[in-house]
Design a protein around this ligand. Structure first.
Ligand code: PMP
Length: 304
């Protein structure tokens, strides 16, 4: 990833991709305290546009606030940086990664006077789990790793450190031959995937866990809006893994994963073992929205 042409917005300037470096004593590298976002830009009929940029930037600032980190830029500056990262790399569609971290101004947990540094990188990235996953669905496994308790790491913050747990779960799932992990919360209820929110469908109703152990996903919120507009009822509640086994349909959502159907959990087929009809409706609506093919919610698209 480091050795390529292009530019990265780094502390207020566009710098050559290969020169966007930091020192080995960068505080966040040692203790994991950093916050980030994962955003997508899509090709639309009126040019490349970033989907729900404002909401992602708001969450970045909320994550920083929760972790007591001061971002030395305004939201407008970060929004402009995201646009510049896509535009200046001549990307028609992109994955955008803003990240705020502590520098190498001090070391140790008690370090004082740390500066917050921010970069925004953007690159071309296709379907997170491949095109086939979007069409046919994926096989997942309940993880032996528990998702964070709200009082251990702050689950409303999208922090780098939280992803140690995600990586442990994902590595375990992949090693067992599954495509993704399903993590349970500390009480044993369904929380989320390693990088996705989860939904199930039963008797025409959509269910998803409340935002306690899972991230407050922006795609999750988009699905709420799309479902309500189509008269599909949504209920946020505690979900058990056996409810997923007997669901009619299940799917993951995320800016990277978009709307990915789940066809199997722990070797049990879910519903018909393929992308279900409600999943397909919402997935199609999602792709029409992000690619500017639908008239609705133009306010969610920011031209770069
Ligand atoms: N949960 C986790 C753990 C994630 O990493 C993500 C991806 N950011 C999500 C849920 C989905 O969030 P969003 O829809 O905002 O991308």
């Amino acid at each position: 990833m480091a050795d390529r042409d292009g530019v990265i917005w780094y502390d207020g300037k566009l710098v050559p991709w290969r020169e966007a470096n930091t020192h080995v004593l960068t505080h966040s590298l040692h203790y994991g305290l950093a916050v980030f976002e994962g955003i997508r830009a899509y090709q639309t009929p009126s040019g490349t546009a970033i989907f729900r940029l404002k909401e992602h930037t708001n969450r970045l600032f909320e994550s920083a606030h929760i972790l007591n980190m001061k971002i030395p830029y305004s939201k407008d500056e970060i929004n402009a940086a995201c646009c510049a990262a896509v535009r200046e790399n001549h990307l028609q569609s992109a994955y955008i990664r803003p990240l705020a971290f502590y520098g190498s101004e001090g070391m140790g947990l008690r370090a004082e006077g740390l500066n917050t540094h921010v970069f925004v990188a953007a690159w071309q990235w296709g379907a997170y789990m491949g095109e086939e996953a979007l069409a046919k669905g994926i096989r997942i496994r309940t993880s032996s790793f528990t998702r964070h308790h709200v009082n251990i790491t702050m689950t409303r913050a999208k922090s780098s450190a939280a992803y140690v747990n995600s990586m442990l779960a994902l590595q375990e799932a992949l090693a067992s031959g599954a495509d993704e992990a399903l993590l349970l919360d500390p009480e044993g209820y369904v929380a989320e995937g390693s990088g996705e929110n989860v939904f199930i469908v039963k008797n025409g109703v959509l269910y998803t866990p409340e935002v306690t152990a899972c991230l407050n996903g922006i795609t999750r919120n988009t699905i709420f809006v799309l479902a309500r507009e189509r008269g599909i009822e949504i209920i946020e509640k505690r979900i058990t893994r056996d409810e997923v086994y007997i669901a009619d349909e299940a799917f993951f959502t995320g800016s990277a994963a978009e709307v990915t159907p789940i066809r199997e959990l722990d070797g049990r087929q879910i519903g018909q073992g393929c992308r279900g009809p409600i999943t397909e409706t919402l997935q199609k609506a999602y792709f029409e929205l992000v690619s500017g093919k639908s008239e609705a919610h133009g306010e969610w698209l920011t031209r770069v």
